[in-house]
Design a protein around this ligand. Structure first.
Ligand code: 1HN
Length: 354
């Protein structure tokens, strides 16, 4: 019997009490001794299933939508990647992921909402996301954040499609019942600072004297691929790859070393050609996209072969093994930041290297 469902009288542990169960239910009460196994368990059950979305298939669908519905009309022209094992339109129980398209000359109008987002750029000939008065330029591989309640709008200033992977904490924020949103009075918010100002100021290892960024997210809103890739390569140089992660870096808040958003953590993994990770599992749900290379992901019982820009999901508490058949760079985001803040994140103690 599931918590919150009507009790199945046939599977009761104490059927002799059934007559009083009906009375309890009528009075909106439940006998915990019948349902406790659904609420607390020795270890988690994965929610949702492992799944991979092929970029070329998704790209064709979103480009077709691009011919038929404008970005302004759609509000956001996003193809949501729905986990086939879940009812709701999330990629995991906690995260939303989608592929967003803005066509040349189009603007996705300014708005803000309590849900926080990251954007990982897959295809660009020029464009930006404006966040709180500054433009974060979008080139392939760049990571841009739009934290909770920050104004954001997108524009394609190039001559080809602008496509990125959206990652949002929508299921988490909505679970808490904190679903606020507001449209900006103008289509595009006013620009108050130079392009990529947050990178110039906070992304160099410097901070204004006496200043503290007062929010629970990184003051850096853009992590350009050219610099994070260079950092990853220098971390890889002459070093042994971590057995679980390969060579890996976390995108971090330079003020405190924490994750980019209070809910969402992001990572970049470099798997040398032929490298295979040791199986690892944690309580977080992870979404991957392939920046460079190709290989195979074994996630639980699923074997998924991945190529450039494909997106795949590993549900919570599911073993992941990654194998690279070419030099490979994977971007990953997860709900680990939220779990760490709640003090509940765990790694399987049996995972090699932990
Ligand atoms: C949203 O506001 C954006 O601002 C993208 O680009 C994806 C998915 C669900 C809800 C809001 C955006 C979204 C979204």
């Amino acid at each position: 019997m599931g918590a919150g469902e009507d009790m199945d009288l046939k599977s009761l542990k104490h059927p002799s009490l059934a007559p009083s169960y009906a009375r309890m239910q009528a009075l909106s009460a439940l006998p915990l001794w019948e349902i406790i196994g659904d609420l607390v368990a020795e270890e988690p059950s994965p929610m949702g299933v492992p799944h991979l979305w092929r970029y070329h298939e998704m790209r064709a669908l979103i480009l077709d939508a691009g011919q038929r519905i404008s970005a302004a009309e759609a509000e956001r022209r996003v193809l949501a990647l729905k986990n086939p094992g879940l009812e709701r339109p999330g990629i995991s129980q906690t995260l939303f992921a989608g592929l967003q398209l803005v066509m040349p000359g189009e603007v996705a109008p300014a708005h803000r909402h309590t849900q926080g987002a990251i954007r990982f750029v897959l295809e660009s000939t020029g464009g930006y996301t404006a966040v709180e008065g500054e433009r974060c330029l979008m080139r392939r591989g760049d990571l841009i954040t739009t934290p909770s309640w920050t104004w954001h709008d997108h524009e394609n200033t190039g001559d080809g499609p602008l496509i990125w992977l959206d990652g949002l904490d929508v299921p988490l924020v909505n679970f808490f019942g904190v679903r606020f949103a507001e449209e900006h009075p103008a289509e595009q918010q006013p620009i108050a600072r130079p392009d990529d100002a947050s990178v110039s100021l906070w992304g160099t290892g410097m901070r204004p004297i006496g200043a503290r960024h007062p929010k629970p997210w990184s003051p850096v809103m853009s992590y350009p691929y050219a610099s994070v890739r260079a950092a990853l390569m220098s971390a890889s140089e002459g070093a042994m790859p971590d057995p679980r992660h390969g060579h890996a870096l976390a995108y971090c808040n330079p003020q405190d070393g924490g994750h980019v958003l209070p809910t969402i953590a992001a990572f970049l993994h470099h798997l040398p050609e032929g490298f295979e990770t040791a199986p690892w599992r944690t309580t977080e749900a992870s979404v991957f996209t392939v920046v460079e290379g190709e290989g195979t992901a074994r996630i639980g019982d699923a074997e998924l072969s991945f190529g450039e820009s494909d997106v795949f999901v590993a549900p919570n508490w599911t073993r992941i093994t990654l194998q690279a058949s070419k030099p490979t760079i994977l971007f990953r985001f997860s709900d680990r930041a939220a779990q760490e803040r709640l003090g509940i994140w765990r790694e399987d103690p049996g995972t090699p290297g932990s």
